[in-house]
Structure formats: C-alpha cells, structure tokens
Design a protein around this ligand. Structure first.
Ligand code: RIB
Length: 300
C-alpha cells in the first residue's frame, strides 16, 4: 500500500522573538534561521520517518530545489513534485516566542499553482486502497479529493490552516480527519469561546461524518480518537517546549504511519503523541521531526 501526500512545500524563515510583533510595532529579532517546511513537506517527512513508503506531490519554484533534497534524504519519492520556472516557492514567516509558541504568515507561491493536469497525471500512479494525505495549503483541493475518492483511495484530511475554503470541500469523502479543537469547532460552526469538551466535539463530528475516523488534538490536553466502533483518549507527554512548529504535522505523520504499519489505534496514538513531544523540544519545522527508532526508545 502506498501513501501519497499532495501538499505544500515552504521555505520557513523563523525569527526568534521575545513576543509576537503587535500592530504598529517594530521589533528586533534575536536570530533568523531558514528551515524546510510547509505542512505537506513536514507530514511527508514524518510519514517517512515513521516507516511509511511515501510519495510527495506538489510544486516549488527554482528556489525550492533544496526542499526536494530534504525530502529525498528522509526517503520520500519526489518524482511527482513539479519544479516551475514561472513562480517562486511558497514561504512562511514564523515568529517563535520565548514560550516556544509560534505564529505564522504564509505566502502560497508555487503551492497555489497546482493545476488539474498535474493532479490527473499524479493520480495515475495510485490505486484503490492507497492513502492520500492532504492539508489546506495548495490549490485544487476539491478536485484532488473528488478524483482520489473516485479511484477508491483513502483520504486523510488535516484541515489546516482553517479558512472558508474548507467548507467547500467534499468532506463526506474523508476517511480520517486529523484536526484540533478550533478546526473542529469551525467545521461544526460552533462557538468555543466559553471552552469545549473534546470528547463531545469528536462525537459531534462523528455524527456529521459517520464513516470517518476522528483524531482530535487538544494541545496540552492530549488527543481523542473516535470512530463508529472505538474511542480513546491519549494523554499528552509533558516536555519543555522550545518551538511548537510542526508538532501537529509530526503527530499526523506518525499516527498515519503507525496505522499503515498495522499498529492498533492505541499504539499509533501513543507513537504520534511521543513523536510530537520530541518535535517541540527542537527548533524548526522538518528538522525537528524525530526518527521512529528515537520515538520507540523514548517510549521505553
Ligand atoms: O505546520 C507548520 C508549517 O506551517 C510550517 O512549516 C509552515 O511552512 C506552515 O506551512
């Protein structure tokens, strides 16, 4: 069984700051580091490091060739990534504050230049039962989902970053939703400003999409898994965070990687939560993602 991650590739410019810059404020940063990133690239690398056979599809400009080398180093097949001369690679301006939290400003670039013709060509290499992992940082998502569903591929959606385009997707084709409480609340059109109950949110999502499995991550409060037959709560693993960038991507890659390797839901959730915990103790997006061996010994 193959896994295709059709998603973004970004150059991440990460600024270490005391606090996030405010409206009208000019703030000096302590350092600037350039990392490979993009939710798609991060999830492909996490999947590969978790032991899956991964193919990445998407687009970069000429300035993003080093991102392909990063993917290849992790064992990801990049033959479905288009290198385009007419656009620049997507990028992200990331502020990383003293608590280890981040805020991100995106420029789509080549990620928003994915065309239907590329989608058609890429999907000829995949078949019924293969997994398709998606996020919300590339163009033509509705078309990709419709075509993949028609082929009988299993669709995994991480609706991040959440925006109005998510409501226009054929969400009934999704087999696994991996999302946080804010994204869940927005899909359900619920106001969470007075707090939320993760288990109840997952139940409501499942009632809306009864054929899907729901994996709801809640930051420091752990995560909930729920499908029509089973449910469980995975507590968070407490660590000292220095940079939370790509923690969610690491969780997604290791959870799906575990399922693909025949692990039980419980084992895959535990693996994912430990991998994400390791990732937040390191700086950067893709470079912070651990290898399976490390995650397994962390478990012991
Ligand atoms: O999830 C983290 C990622 O979000 C970063 O690598 C950045 O590129 C944005 O896509």
């Amino acid at each position: 069984m193959k896994v295709l991650c059709f998603g973004s590739l970004n150059i991440d410019y990460t600024y270490k700051v005391d606090h996030f810059v405010g409206k009208g404020e000019t703030l000096s940063s302590e350092s600037l580091q350039v990392f490979s990133g993009g939710k798609g690239l991060n999830q492909s690398i996490a999947l590969a490091k978790a032991g899956a056979r991964v193919y990445h599809a998407g687009a970069v400009g000429e300035d993003g060739r080093f991102l392909l080398e990063e993917l290849e180093k992790a064992g990801v097949d990049v033959s479905c990534v288009a290198v385009r001369a007419d656009v620049r690679t997507g990028n992200a301006i990331i502020q990383n504050d003293r608590e280890g939290d981040n805020c991100i400003l995106l420029y789509g670039g080549a990620n928003q230049a994915v065309k239907k013709e590329q989608v058609d060509e890429v999907l000829t290499h995949f078949d019924v039962g293969d997994f398709l992992v998606l996020q919300n940082e590339i163009s033509e998502l509705p078309y990709i989902m419709e075509q993949a569903h028609e082929k009988g591929m299993k669709i995994i959606l991480n609706p991040s970053p959440m925006d109005e385009k998510i409501a226009g997707l054929p969400l009934e084709t999704v087999d696994y939703f991996l999302l946080n409480e804010v994204e869940a609340g927005q899909i359900l059109e619920k106001d969470l400003s007075n707090g939320f109950d993760g288990e109840r949110l997952a139940k409501e999502l499942l009632a809306r999409f009864p054929h899907a499995a729901i994996v709801l991550t809640m930051g420091g409060d752990g995560s909930v898994y729920m499908d029509a037959e089973e449910w469980m709560i995975q507590p968070v693993c407490k660590v000292q965070a220095v940079d939370t960038t790509a923690a969610g991507d690491t969780f997604t890659g290791f959870f799906i990687g575990g399922i693909l390797r025949g692990k039980s839901v419980r084992e895959a959730m535990e693996l994912a939560s430990r991998a994400a915990a390791i990732a937040v103790t390191r700086r950067g997006a893709a470079p912070s993602i651990p290898f399976l061996q490390e995650v397994e010994s962390f478990l012991k």
